[in-house]
Design a protein around this ligand. Structure first.
Ligand code: NAP
Ligand code: GDD
Length: 321
């Protein structure tokens, strides 16, 4: 039985990855930080199948202990302060958890179990003010947020530990991926949740920032398969994981409102409070390398994804009525 340690197991990706690895027969250990109130919503259906280890990415001693306890064959470092907008109000915390947290996890692996395979959750946010389109594994980085800068550090320290210590370490450069388990602050879920509430008479308007931003959005359930595939290869490498299609926030809004028979222009208000100090205008990934070497392809289209999320939120509020 293979053993895995997942950081960020309570998050969107952690929950889908844990499901995937449990299905494959792995013994799954999840690093969970201490919180005053419980936060198992995304993993409540598999909670009893996971062994939780208390720890924090900012605390190396807890990570060393977690590796000692779990003796993992594979480590997936998904934990992060992952909300770009908040990285301007908490830049030091973001650097510590999202950036240095990757180094802490790598150090724990190097010191305790150097033969463990390591996955780092890198991000298309590293491309920021894009130098070329579409973005590939060789596109230079130009991060536009403290979060993006922290992820660039996480990416390069992963590459460096691979080259310095021969650790099997992969950096997955994942473009935006969403699901009904997406946090409510991120734009897709903010929109689908609001659409359901407006349709059911629980809310009257939706305040958004930049409607012109373009993102390459895919389904999280598809993307965690790419993470696993990276760690099954003959040699460690870095991969872009994306759909190869891009859409504006405006298109997202239109699809979501139209799905429940509403006209988005009657409800959406642009609010400067949701504009960012520096924006990433366009992301469009080229997933050719992942397709060729991993045999990975996305299955869920953008339209299917948004409808799936709206349907989920309609059901959630419908049931609560
Ligand atoms: P998410 O839902 O925000 O989950 C983040 C996870 O990190 C949560 O489990 C959170 O725990 C945990 N965490 C936060 N601070 C921590 C700390 N100090 N110590 C230990 N754990 C901590 O994010 P996601 O969407 O699943 O993304 C997973 C990873 O992929 C993140 O690193 C993200 O930056 C990266 N990424 C995401 C996307 C995307 O589009 N989703 C794209 C590229 C890269 P709590 O539940 O306690 O908050
Ligand atoms: N959150 C949010 N809220 N975003 C808005 C809003 C709003 O009200 N209005 C417009 N947007 C725009 C943002 O300015 C951005 O251009 C786009 O919608 C997407 O924002 P988010 O959903 O917050 O995601 P993100 O692209 O900033 O970051 C996500 O993707 C990265 C990968 O590219 C996060 O998951 C990161 O952790 C991830 O690395």
């Amino acid at each position: 039985m293979k053993r895995t340690l997942i950081t960020g197991i309570t998050g969107q990706d952690g929950s889908y990855l844990a499901e995937l690895l449990l299905d494959k027969g792995y013994k799954v250990y999840g690093l969970k930080r201490r919180t005053s109130t419980e936060n198992y919503e995304n993993i409540k259906h598999i909670r009893n199948d996971i062994e939780f280890i208390s720890g924090d990415l900012a605390d190396l001693s807890s990570l060393i202990q977690a590796v000692k306890l779990s003796k993992p064959d594979e480590v997936y470092n998904l934990g992060a302060q992952s909300f770009v907008a908040d990285s301007w109000s908490q830049p030091l915390y973001t650097a510590e958890v999202t950036g240095l947290g990757a180094l802490n996890m790598l150090e724990a692996v190097r010191q305790i179990k150097q033969d463990a395979r390591f996955y780092q959750a890198s991000s298309s946010e590293m491309f920021g003010k894009v130098i070329e389109t579409p973005q590939t594994e060789t596109t230079p980085f130009y991060p536009r947020s403290p979060y993006g800068v922290a992820k660039v550090y996480g990416h390069w320290i992963t590459v460096n530990y691979r080259e310095s210590f021969d650790i099997f370490a992969c950096s997955g450069i994942l473009f935006n991926h969403e699901s009904p388990r997406r946090g409510i602050q991120f734009v897709t879920r903010k929109v689908t949740d609001a659409v359901a509430r407006i349709k059911l008479g629980l809310q009257t308007e939706l305040r958004l920032g930049n409607l012109d931003a373009k993102r390459d959005w895919g389904f999280a359930g598809d993307y965690v398969k790419a993470m696993w595939l990276m760690l099954q290869q003959g040699r460690s490498n870095d991969y872009v994981v994306a759909t190869g299609k891009t859409h504006t926030v405006r298109e997202l809004v239109e699809i979501a409102f139209t799905h429940v028979g509403l006209n988005w222009e009657d409800y959406v208000i642009q609010d400067p409070a949701f504009m960012r100090p520096a924006e990433v205008d366009l992301l469009l990934g080229d997933p050719q390398k992942a397709k060729k070497e991993l045999g990975w392809e996305p299955k869920v289209s953008f339209e299917e994804l948004i409808k799936m999320m709206v349907d989920h939120d309609m059901q959630k509020y419908g049931q609560n009525q």
